[in-house]
Design a protein around this ligand. Structure first.
Ligand code: DGL
Length: 267
């Protein structure tokens, strides 16, 4: 493995681009290969076994592309698969994402924290263990929001439909006393403006892109795999519609991007 090798990043769809943004900021010389597993979005409503099998397929694909690291830019897939992924590929740096429960427990004054995530994440033993470990004294209110994933996948980030979808879940958790809200799905940072407007300006909305990017940087550095010079490049692939990913990624990342199809074998 070489420092020039790419870093593979994937999510069920475009949500992981919120993590990719942070990785590009923290690691400006790395080559990134992003796969949107759009043929199978949403993961949040699928079985744990299905999400695990997709994680295996994508990890094997990244290994076939000589990736030096893999980022599971999806809370649902991390909860379902990260331990088994590490067993399957012990030599690969594998980084996952999980809801920001620990910082939320530090920030709350009311002792009540609201978590927006997928059904899969919130129902997982890994999430239960995280809460038990990091926030045993805090009241954690759970709110699955599959509709928010759908809106982001359709490129609806602002406007009346978004405001309507965000209003009730946010109001419900605020009314129940939550003074910190955790965006526990990588799609949700793309709805940040609407969520913040519904929550009020003083409510912290916690996401995990930046800490994940710092942890990745640390791991690469430790293994002597950090690429410190040279131009970065970014390849976007999808198991679903190529034009749809190109259009959506261009919007979400703020400049035109091309996309390609992930080879059939891995779809
Ligand atoms: N972006 C994903 C997450 O962080 C999953 C959304 C979905 O496919 O349901 O959990």
């Amino acid at each position: 493995m070489l420092s020039e090798s790419p870093i593979g990043i994937y999510d069920s769809g475009v949500g992981g681009l919120s993590v990719l943004r942070a990785i590009r900021d923290a690691l400006p010389h790395e080559s990134l290969l992003y796969v949107a597993d759009s043929a199978h979005v949403p993961y949040g409503e699928k079985t744990q076994e299905f999400v695990l099998q997709r994680a295996f397929a994508l990890a094997d694909y990244f290994v076939s592309r000589q990736a030096k690291a893999m980022v599971v830019a999806c809370n649902t897939a991390t909860a379902a698969a990260i331990a088994q992924l590490r067993k399957r590929h012990p030599g690969l740096i594998i980084i996952g994402v999980e809801p920001a429960i620990k910082p939320a427990a530090h920030l709350t004054h009311s002792g009540v924290v609201g978590v927006f995530a997928t059904t899969g994440t919130l129902a997982s033993p890994k999430f239960a263990a995280l809460v038990q470990r990091e926030a045993p004294e805090v009241r954690i209110l759970l709110r699955p929001c599959p509709e928010w994933v759908r809106l982001v996948e359709q490129g609806e980030l602002t406007g009346p439909a978004v405001d309507a979808a965000v209003q009730a879940p946010v109001a419900e958790l605020r009314a129940a006393g939550a003074d910190v809200l955790v965006l526990g799905c990588t799609h949700f940072p793309f709805l940040r403006d609407a969520i913040q407007a519904a929550a009020g300006p003083s409510v912290p909305l916690l996401e995990t892109g930046a800490p994940v990017a710092r942890w990745l940087r640390h791991q690469l550095q430790e293994k002597g795999l950090l690429r410190a010079t040279g131009a970065a490049d970014l390849h976007l692939e999808t198991t679903g519609s190529v034009p749809a990913l190109a259009a959506l990624a261009s919007r979400l990342l703020g400049k035109p991007h091309e996309a390609a199809a992930t080879p059939e074998r891995w779809r």
